[in-house]
Write a protein that binds this ligand. Sequence first.
Ligand code: C5P
Length: 218
Amino acid sequence: MIITIDGPASAGKGTLAKKLADAMGYAYFDTGMVYRAVGLEMMLSGQDVEQESLAENFAKKLTFSKMISLSQKPEFRGPENGNNASKVAAYASVRAALLKMQQDFAQNPQLEDGSVAQGVIYDGRDTGTVVCPQADLKLFVTASSEVRAMRRHKEFLGKGLEISYEEVLRDVKSRDERDSGRAAAPLKPAADALIIDTSDLNAQEVFEKVSAIIADKN
Ligand code: C5P
C-alpha cells in the first residue's frame, strides 16, 4: 500500500507519517529532504540558490546516500535552509531532476535495517499529485498558519535556535505563498485526497483519526 501525505509546512505531516510508518512497518520518505539537500549543498559551496541552472546541476548530481549524509548536518533542518529548499523547489528543472529518485523509492521500499517494507508513506507537497498519483490513500494535512508557526517556533526553541514567533510566522506565510503560487507543482490537494485539518488536534488525535481511515479502507 502507498500512502501520500501532502500539505503546508508544520501541519503535522512528518509526525503523522513517522507514526504511521512505525505502526504499519512501512518505509517512509520525507520528500522535502531532496530540496533541502540541494539547498544545503549549494549554500555550503557558496552558490546562489537564485540561479536556476546552478540549482539544476546540483539536483542532477544528488544521490539518495548523499542526501542522507547532508541530512546529518545541523543546518539541514534550520530556517535558512528551509528557505533555500523552497526556492530551489520552485524551479521546474530542479523538480524534474529529483522526481525519479522519489518515485524509485516505492519500487523497492526498505526499512532502515535494510529489510523490505510492505508499503510506503510519502510526505511532501506534491506526492499525491505528481510523485505518486497512483497512491492507494492520499491525505492533505493542513492547519492555520498561526498554529503551524507556533509549532515550528516551539521546535526551533527546543533545538536551541533563537528566533521570534513573529519571524517564524512571516517565514511560514512566505513559504506558503511560494509553495502555492509557483507554476511548477503548486501545493494543492489531489482531487481524490482526504483533507485533515489538525489545527485543533494533537499528534495522537491525528494519528488515531487517520488510523481509523486506514482500517476502514482495509
Ligand atoms: O517539508 P520541508 O519543510 O522539509 O520542505 C522544504 C521545502 O521543500 C518546502 O518549503 C517546499 O517548498 C519544498 N517541497 C516541495 N515538494 C515536496 C516537498 C517539499 O516543493 N514534495
